[in-house]
Design a protein around this ligand. Structure first.
Ligand code: DOR
Length: 442
C-alpha cells in the first residue's frame, strides 16, 4: 500500500520545502518522487504543513489501575487527534511499573488498546536497583526525587547514588525536594488556599532537587533528563553538559503562572507547581537558547469531580496531549517562535534524547509517523470536545491558531478531520536491540 502526500510544505531536518512524500507500508520511502509516481492513495496537502509526528516523552495514562481517569485507548485517541504519534508513559500507575513483569503487562495492554506508538518507563524505588539494572524494552528509568501523585519516591542519598552508579539505562526525574516540600506543607498546614500550592512546592524545592540530580548525573557520568523544569532559576544549571544532561518544559509552565489560580483554581494545580510570570519568560528564553531541548506535556488527567474538591484535596495534574501541538503552533502564529523550532522541540529532540531510531524526522527510511497541520485554522478548545476520558482542559475557551488535521502512525492514517480509523488498533510490542530502539510499533 502506497500513499503519496502531495504538495505539502514539508518540514525536512534541514529545510522546509513544498514537495511530496511517498509512504510505503510503515516507512517513508521517497521524498519528492517523480511527478508520475503511482500510489494507491493520493492526499492533496496543498496549503498544509507536513511534520514528523510529535513524540511526547512524559505522559500519565492511568492504565492499569486508575482507568476511571483515563486509559490507554482514550489517551491514544487524544494523542492521534493532537498529532502525537509516540508517547512515553510514566510508572505511577496501579500497580506501579517497578518490575519487568509490570512493564511487560503494560506493553501488552497497550498492544491491544493504543492507536499510536508507545513506550513505558520503569520506576525506581529505594530497593529495586537490581530490577533497574536488568530492565529492558523501556526507554529508561523514572525517579520521583520528590513525591507527586502516587507513592513512588526515592530521596535518600544512598539509594540515589546506587541507582546512578549501578544502572545503565538513561534516567529522568521529577525534581522537587521532598524535605523542602514537607517543611512548607507544615508551614501551611490547614490551608485551603490554592495559591499556597506554589508556596509549598516553591522555587527552592525545584532548584534544590534539580541541582542535586544534576550533581549525581555528572559524578556518575549518567545520561539524565530533567523533567518539567518549572523555574527560570533552574535553567542556568542546565548549561554546558555536552548532552549528558537534557531537559524538558511543559506548556503549562510556559503559559500559566500564579495569576491564573484566580481564574482556573485547581485546574492549574500540578507538580511542580506553576510559578511566576518571570518564570514563564525565562523558561521560554531557555527553550529558544537551547538550554531546554524538549517540549512535552506531563499529561496527567484527573476527573472533574476530583479536581473540583477543595484544595488540598484536589489532585495535581492536567490533561494536555491533544492540545500541546496546537498550543505551540499558536506561538508560531503569534511570532514567538518558528515552526522549525516547534518540530525540533516536539519531534526531533525527544527522539534524540531517548535514542529512538527512525523517528522524529521526515527522511527516507524513517517511520511514517506524520502529521499534517493547518497553520491558518483557528479553533476554540472546548471541554466537551476533548478525547481524554477526563473531558476537560485548562485551556477550555481559548482560541488557538494552528491545528493538526490528519495523523499517520506507521503509515496508517489514524486521524482525519475529527474522525478516527481504529482498524489497526492492537499492535505488537517491539524492542529492537540491534537498532538501539525500544518503542512499540503498530
Ligand atoms: O501534577 C502532576 N501530576 N505531576 C506529576 O508529576 C504527576 C502527575 C500525576 O500523575 O497526576
Amino acid at each position: 500500500m502506497k500513499t503519496l502526500i502531495k504538495n505539502a510544505i514539508v518540514m525536512l531536518p534541514d529545510s522546509t520545502s513544498r514537495l511530496s512524500v511517498l509512504i510505503e507500508g510503515t516507512k517513508i520511502v521517497d521524498i519528492d518522487p517523480a511527478a508520475q509516481i503511482a500510489a494507491d492513495n493520493i492526499v492533496d496537502a496543498e496549503g498544509l504543513h507536513l511534520l514528523p509526528g510529535v513524540i511526547d516523552d512524559q505522559v500519565h495514562f492511568r492504565d492499569p489501575g486508575l482507568t476511571h481517569k483515563e486509559d490507554i485507548y482514550t489517551a491514544s485517541r487524544a494523542c492521534a487527534k493532537g498529532g502525537v504519534t509516540t508517547f512515553l508513559e510514566m510508572p505511577n500507575t496501579n500497580p506501579n511499573t517497578i518490575t519487568q513483569e509490570a512493564l511487560e503487562s503494560k506493553l501488552e495492554l497497550a498492544a491491544g488498546k493504543s492507536l499510536v506508538n508507545y513506550g513505558f518507563y520503569i520506576g525506581a524505588t529505594p530497593d529495586n536497583t537490581n530490577v533497574l539494572k536488568q530492565a529492558h524494552r523501556t526507554p529508561g528509568i523514572k525517579i520521583f526525587i520528590g513525591s507527586s501523585t502516587g507513592n513512588l519516591l526515592v530521596d535518600e542519598q544512598e539509594a540515589l547514588e546506587r541507582i546512578f552508579a549501578e544502572s545503565t539505562l538513561p534516567v529522568c526525574a521529577h525534581c522537587e525536594d521532598e524535605t523542602t516540600v514537607r517543611a512548607n506543607t507544615e508551614r501551611f498546614a490547614g490551608t485551603t488556599d490554592i495559591t499556597d500550592h506554589s508556596r509549598i512546592r516553591d522555587h527552592e524545592a525545584a532548584i534544590i532537587a534539580t541541582r542535586r540530580a544534576i550533581d549525581l548525573a555528572k559524578r556518575h557520568q549518567h545520561r539524565f533528563h530533567v523533567l518539567h523544569v518549572s523555574t527560570g532559576a533552574e535553567t542556568p544549571l542546565l548549561a554546558d553538559h555536552d548532552n549528558l544532561i537534557t531537559a524538558e518544559v511543559c506548556p503549562h509552565h510556559l503559559f500559566f503562572n500564579v495569576d491564573d489560580y484566580a481564574r482556573l483554581g485547581s485546574f492549574v494545580q500540578m507538580n511542580p507547581s506553576i510559578k511566576n510570570k518571570e518564570d514563564n519568560v525565562q523558561l521560554w528564553q531557555a527553550l529558544l537558547d537551547g538550554l531546554i531541548q524538549v517540549v512535552a506535556t506531563d499529561h496527567a488527567p484527573h476527573t472533574l469531580e476530583e479536581k473540583r474538591q477543595p484544595y488540598p484535596k484536589s489532585p495535581s495534574g492536567l490533561p494536555a496531549v491533544e492540545n500541546s501541538l496546537a498550543l505551540m503552533l499558536n506561538q508560531v502564529h503569534q511570532g514567538r517562535c518558528t515552526i522549525e523550532q516547534v518540530v525540533q522541540w516536539m519531534c526531533d529532540a525527544p527522539a534524540r534524547v531517548w535514542d529512538i531510531v527512525d523517528k522524529g524526522r521526515i527522511a527516507v527510511g524513517y517511520d511514517a509517523d506524520l502529521v499534517l497541520v493547518d497553520l491558518d485554522k483557528t479553533a476554540v478548545v472546548r471541554n466537551e470536545e476533548q478525547e481524554t476520558k477526563s473531558k476537560w482542559s485548562p485551556w477550555h475557551g481559548e482560541s488557538l491558531t494552528g491545528w493538526p488535521v490528519r495523523t499517520w502512525v506507521m503509515g496508517h492514517e489514524v486521524f482525519r478531520d475529527g474522525a478516527f480509523d481504529e482498524s489497526r488498533r492492537g499492535s505488537e510490542a517491539n524492542y529492537d536491540h540491534a537498532r538501539g530502539g525500544y518503542w512499540a510499533t503498530r
